[in-house]
Design a protein around this ligand. Sequence first.
Ligand SMILES: [Mn+2]
Length: 341
Amino acid sequence: MNSQGIEPVVHTIIEAIEENEAFLVVTHLKPDGDAVGSVVALGRVLRARGKSCHLLSPGEIPAGYRFLPAAGEIGESVPPREKWDGVFVLDTPCASRLPLSLSGTIPPCKELINIDHHPDNKIEGSLNWIDPDASSVGEMLYRLFKEAGYAVTRDVATPLYAAILTDTGCFRFPNTTPSALMAAAELMERGADAADVADRVYASHSLRKLRLLGEALGTLQTACSGRVAFMWVTAGMLEKVGASLLDADGFVNFPREVAGAEVGMLFKEEKDGRKVEVSLRSKSNLVDVSRVAAQFQGGGHHKAAGCVVEGSMPSVQERVVEAVAAELARADAARTPERRK
Ligand SMILES: [Mn+2]
């Protein structure tokens, strides 16, 4: 596969890399494997091209992804500089998801290069490459590196592979496309060790994380005649097992795995007990959970979305379950208009 299907903006991004020297690479708060893997891979490629490059930490990196950056590879703050040549914003749909150290603003730069696969991306870069069909930003970067003829060495292939693996939920989610699998296979040929990455991400859980999962699974329940499944994590549970909210990363997949559930949700109570973070997953094409998240000023994709809702755990659950029920009813009505009365 060569230039076929490559968007023109990719060539402009490659030119922007070649013509400039100093880059900043940022991604979203509460980083996932795609965010961390993409930042690390791009940073390594830029440095291999002789560019100066600063990678900004998006906050605490979940344990499963900490093997991706080398010690000191990601900085905690932005070094003072009047103007960057290029700022890359990766996998970040809106400025409110930028690292807190940026206070919602992107530092001044010649080129703001926005690379994402969220369809609702609202960052206005000078160069915007948004591909909602891409499994992950990792897959997009791999395409870019190949198009540019940049060397994808093992230390680049591994974080890109991890990005694709995690954003496709171990190649199980609907974004597991032929091109995602082909990219993953090619990254293995370039040195990514699939079994090792899977072990580090999925089979290296701390005891406290698994104990927290035990607490959370105890709350699992269904609503809407089993079409919605959800569970929750409270501040009390975190205290009991000595865990943090980061340890609940990925728990939303358990309600999603309940047979018959079309929507899976996880409710996480914030420390002060005043807000609840809600993760929503849709298993069917029918229900678009980003529509529900948007009602609570959140966002995301058709099948994966999230929001933070003010209120106590029971009241937030009630409101969000109600909104999901309404969305199910709306989707049902849209599917079978002939049965509507
Ligand atoms: Mn992503």
